[in-house]
Design a protein around this ligand. Structure first.
Ligand SMILES: Nc1ncnc2c1ncn2[C@@H]1O[C@H](COP(=O)(O)OP(=O)(O)OP(=O)(O)O)[C@@H](O)[C@H]1O
Ligand SMILES: [Zn+2]
Ligand SMILES: [Zn+2]
Length: 854
């Protein structure tokens, strides 16, 4: 007998282990490591993943149940991914099933459907009596059939319906017999009806009728010879079949030969061809031509980068590179050529790009070079399209996968190269469980494949930069010593010697003093005016984070806040209401201040809509494209705006972070930042780093081609070092200053963090459990090592957002260096608190290497 170890789809501590199942003979050969299966679990059938196969049962073999079904003809996960899921659940303290589910496309996530049918043997209401499933007294015989009393009549009609229909979806039955939910429940309890659960994929594959020519061409020729001369249509089809070996969509064949389906059907009956439903891969880029591109002659700096990476690819050595190249230095061309080298060696490549940079323009650069070899995975595709792209990867029909964070799980089996563009982006960290960082996952996968990782950025994250050094500020980077974990390659010049744009900083406080109350300084105003005259284009960035449009009363200072969360509400112009971004609470815009009844309640703060309005006032007739969450929700809208801007149908592209990334427009000569300090005021130790990165990225959009660029940054704190260094394009000075401060304050990259957030409806309960948890962790930290504790525990303190959805929030922070006992300790302590936490319904979440500390 062969047994399978299965992780079942129940994300809970109690079930977070593999369960043994027998592989029944009918399924032998189908169940592999990585297979998705349906298994009996208690009274239900649940979805699960096979994570191991073995010959001996570990528990009493007679008690082991068989696997009920296998969901796919080919396992969706490879053994390597199954192993990776173990690593993920250990590293990020999540359930195994949560890690496994993160690796498959949404379309494959189980949807459980419940069906109701009549109890076994019940074929009519009478037989229900015979089977004793109707309790006595509910029916009375009068010799002419069965008399039902009022409620019993309802029962009869439900039963008749179910018997006639066979299994009916529970929700449909409830809909059909509205108001009878309680009765149906009773019938289930008394055994008249039974309910079964079936696992369904969220999405079925798209099937199309496809014509498969008979492979024996002689048979076709023989049949053709016997055909009467007037059977022209049949002849056309047969000629076609003789010429083509590949299957063809029925619809395409009919269109091409201009005939009806009956002709083809009659030939199918004669055995000349087979018509079958086949999978169709939806192609989201169908009908679009990608201009093929050839490799460019590399600049000397590109050549150095390429040569280093190529060497490791050729030697099949696992290594991680940081490709630090200023904006416009041509990092993409280095990616393209190293990918080509990877493909030439018969291996595969994964390219990660932040979701908002994954524009058609970006995809085009890869499709242009590698054509059909490229699969694209991103959230703007429909679930079906995503699934099809994923299947192409799994089936080995493509060799390059490009996508956002989760594309790191592309089920390739021969990975040679993983590229992470804009590696500093915090969106590579998933904020919900499993709270993984794609960068670490990439390195883990690359290690398993002896593959190379290239992290690219003009503004590398401090964590990554730090790892390219052996020591910094007198602290060794690796406790264990040895070579730096990441190799640095620098490209300091733009392609073709183009200059970096000139950056001017404007002090908004001075503007106010000079009597300018507009959100545009005189400097920025005249710069825009100049572009309008010269018919050049402008990009304007409004950083939305921390600057959203909250509502404030100018008379009494009242700020509209969410009644369930300690956070201000955001004004949405389109729906004219105020919304909470954390819990979805919404209310109508107020006409007077709820506190002092003043009418001077105004929409405060600067939203993109307001900037757009003001632009219209200052420059009558100006053509503005606004890109923010409100204007880009529709599918394809992102692309539409960018194409319009590229075609010079607008003078200004105004937007949030979306406009800062990866855009490459030849006629953009001015970039304006409305207020640079909006991120600086957030309670986040990375605020300075984020500001520097954003300003550098957005400034990098100007003057990328023949026309020189200019950048105007407006700020209320122009002396801030992040802003100053960004204005001089000086990453090195910025990074040294920032690292010095991080060291002083004991923040990453000089240590690593684990954030533990607890929430509950009552503060006293939270304080008590928080203190106890922190103390237990501290005891462990002290006990773990003589002298210096292996980790430090800070807190508990109230979280920066102290309440969400009526639950108060407290947090503890664990600080440690390198891999240490800290994760194990957190895990053990949480497990030991389980019995105290559960009855109180305290929620605890753990975030390893958190990016957001809210
Ligand atoms: N070797 C080359 N010869 C000529 N042109 C090149 C070469 N390499 C890149 N380019 C061109 O230079 C421009 C900038 O390159 P690219 O967009 O790859 O820069 P980047 O480093 O990715 O910049 P960013 O970080 O701002 O996105 C592009 O228009 C690209 O086509
Ligand atoms: Zn008021
Ligand atoms: Zn809320």
């Amino acid at each position: 007998m062969t047994y399978a170890k299965v992780i079942v789809d129940v994300p809970s501590k109690e079930t977070n282990r593999p369960y043994d199942y027998v592989i029944p003979p009918k399924l032998s050969g189908w169940v592999e490591i990585g297979s998705r299966v349906g298994v009996p679990f208690g009274p239900r059938i649940l979805q699960g993943f096979v994570v191991g196969l073995h010959q001996e049962a570990e528990v009493d073999a007679a008690r082991i149940k068989p696997i009920a079904e296998v969901s796919d003809s080919e396992p969706p996960l490879t053994p390597e991914l199954v192993k990776l899921s173990r690593w993920m659940s250990k590293t990020y303290l999540c359930h195994d099933i949560t890690a496994l589910q993160a690796m498959i496309p949404g379309a494959l996530k189980a949807k459980y459907e419940r069906y109701i049918q009549a109890a076994e043997g019940v074929t009519s209401p009478q037989s229900a009596v015979e089977h004793g499933v109707f309790a006595g007294g509910e029916m009375t015989g009068n010799g002419q059939g069965i008399l039902f009393e009022s409620e019993t009549l309802e029962r009869e009609s439900i039963l008749r319906y179910v018997i006639a229909k066979g299994p009916v979806k529970t929700e449909q039955l409830l809909l059909k017999f509205e108001g009878q939910a309680t009765l149906i429940k009773q019938m289930l309890l008394s055994g008249q009806l039974t309910e079964a659960q079936v696992i369904k994929d969220r999405l079925s594959q798209k099937k199309v009728l496809t014509v498969y020519p008979n492979e024996n061409k002689n048979e076709i020729r023989a049949y053709l010879d016997k055909l009467p001369a007037n059977a022209k249509r049949q002849k056309d089809v047969l000629d076609y079949l003789l010429l083509h070996h590949e299957p063809v969509k029925l619809a395409d064949l009919l269109a091409e030969l201009d005939l009806s389906a009956s002709t083809v059907k009659s030939l199918a009956e004669k055995g000349m061809l087979i018509i079958r439903e086949a999978d169709e891969f939806r192609n989201p880029y169908e009908g679009r031509d990608f201009t093929p591109t050839l490799p460019m002659l590399l600049t000397p700096q590109q050549q150095i980068a390429y040569d280093a990476i190529r060497q490791d690819l050729d030697d099949r050595i696992h290594r991680t590179y940081l490709l630090q190249g200023v904006t416009g230095s041509g990092k993409t061309e280095v990616y393209l050529q190293t990918i080509q080298r990877t493909l030439d060696a018969g291996r595969e490549a994964i390219v990660l790009v932040p979701e908002i940079s994954l524009t058609p323009q970006m995809v085009e650069r890869f499709k242009g070079r590698f054509g059909d070899q490229v699969a694209v995975l991103h959230s703007r595709l429909s679930q079906g399209e995503r699934y099809d792209e994923w299947r192409k990867i799994r089936a080995g029909q493509v060799t390059v996968a490009i996508g956002a964070r989760s594309a790191i799980f592309a089920p390739f089996t021969k990975i040679g190269l993983i590229i992470i563009d804009e590696e500093h982006e915090s969106s590579y960290k998933q904020e919900e469980s499993p709270k993984y960082h794609a960068k670490r996952v990439a390195i883990e996968r690359a290690c398993a494949h002896d593959a190379v990782v290239v992290l690219g950025s003009a503004t590398p994250s401090l964590e990554t930069f730090y790892q390219t050094k052996s020591d910094l500020h007198g602290v060794p980077v690796r406790l264990s010593g040895g070579e730096p974990a990441i190799r640095l390659i620098t490209m300091s010049e733009r392609v073709a010697g183009r200059p970096m744009p000139e950056v001017k900083i404007v002090d908004l406080r001075e503007e106010l003093k000079a009597g300018n109350r507009s959100m545009f300084s005189r400097e920025l105003y005249s710069a825009i005016e100049t572009r309008l005259h010269k018919k050049e284009q402008t990009v304007l960035l409004l950083n939305r984070r921390g600057y959203s449009t909250f509502v404030m009363c100018r008379s009494c200072g009242f700020v509209a806040g969410c009644p369930h969360c300690d956070i201000s509400l955001t004004y949405h112009q389109r729906s004219r209401n105020l919304r909470c971004h954390y819990c979805g609470y919404a209310e109508r815009e107020p006409e007077v201040c709820p506190d002092c009844k003043s009418e001077h309640i105004r929409f405060f703060g600067t939203g993109t809509q307001k900037v757009e309005e003001e632009l219209g006032k200052l420059f009558p007739g100006i053509r503005v494209i606004r890109m923010d969450v409100d204007t880009t929700t529709e599918k394809g809208s992102h692309e539409k705006w960018l194409t319009q801007f590229r075609n010079k149908e607008a003078d200004v592209l105004l937007g949030t972070q979306m406009v800062a990334k990866g855009l490459d427009f030849p006629d953009v000569t001015l970039v304006g930042v409305i207020a640079a300090d909006t991120v600086l005021n957030l309670p986040d130790f990375r605020a300075g780093e984020k500001t520097f990165q954003l300003l550098t990225q957005v400034a990098g959009r100007a003057g990328r081609h023949h026309l020189p660029g200019e950048v105007v940054i407006q700020s209320y704190s122009p002396e801030h070092y992040s802003i100053e260094h960004a204005s001089r394009h000086d990453y090195d000075s910025f990074v040294m200053q920032e690292l010095g401060m991080r060291k002083e304050r004991g923040y990453p990259p000089y240590c690593r963090l684990i954030l533990i957030t607890m929430s509950h409806e009552h503060i006293p309960v939270l304080v008590q459990i928080g203190e106890a948890l922190a103390n237990t962790l501290r005891e462990r930290a002290g006990a773990a090592r003589e002298g210096e504790p292996s980790f430090e525990v800070m807190g508990p303190v109230a979280s920066p957002i102290p309440r969400i959805k009526d639950r108060y929030r407290f947090q503890c922070m664990v600080k440690y260096r390198e891999e240490s006992a800290a994760i194990e300790a957190v895990k053990a302590v949480l497990a030991s608190f389980e019995s105290r936490v559960k009855p109180h319904k305290i929620q605890i979440s753990v975030d390893v290497d958190p990016q957001i500390l809210m």
